[in-house]
Design a binder for this molecule. Sequence first.
Ligand code: TYD
Length: 212
Amino acid sequence: MKRGLFLTFEGMDGCGKSTQMRRLVDRLRGMRKTVLETAEPGGTPIGVQIRRILLAAANQELSPTAELLLYFAARAQNVDQWIEPALERGEIVIADRFTDSTMVYQGCGRGLGAETVLALDRIACRGLQPDLTLLLDIDLETSLARARARNAAAAHNETRMDEQSVEFHRQVREAYLALAEREKQRIRVIDGRAARDEVEAAIWRVVRPYVL
Ligand code: TYD
């Protein structure tokens, strides 16, 4: 059987990933494709427990290295339990974030370095890479404003990463764009500030050849 297709969504908080991922999944299911949706950190039940530690606003003392290892722990579980088996069954897997997030947030934002992230990626993902990554790019001000509005509206406590400095988020965006520049084949940048329907159409133009 043909191996499945692995797509990932990336971008800063508030870039519209969740909405666009929902629309793409619905469209593909409407075409009778079998799609596994997952998210990081989270995804599997064990990943959801790890997510609580990572994002709880109360966990301010979490060290950068512990943070890095926890993101990869959640990912290793996701790869072993869900992603690899689905790809082996020939399904489409769509993930909200993957190793590119760790590269930009921990490798760059936290300054832990690309080499460390790649070394852990080799252990956790064993060479598994997305076939295609959609990077929804928005400017820093829009990202911060949307994240703040969302956190205020939902009054949830998963804000530890959102609460990082403006400088941290600026570095994250630059790192994303630099990564996309280095991996033009795999990572496609989509303008996330356009209207939702336009973003959806732009994403579909990129994804279509992979699924038809
Ligand atoms: P996510 O659940 O995608 O939240 P949002 O809807 O705000 O994008 O991600 C939670 C946070 O975790 C987000 O601020 C990015 C961060 N993150 C990392 O720092 N490293 C990682 O490897 C991943 C997967 C996420």
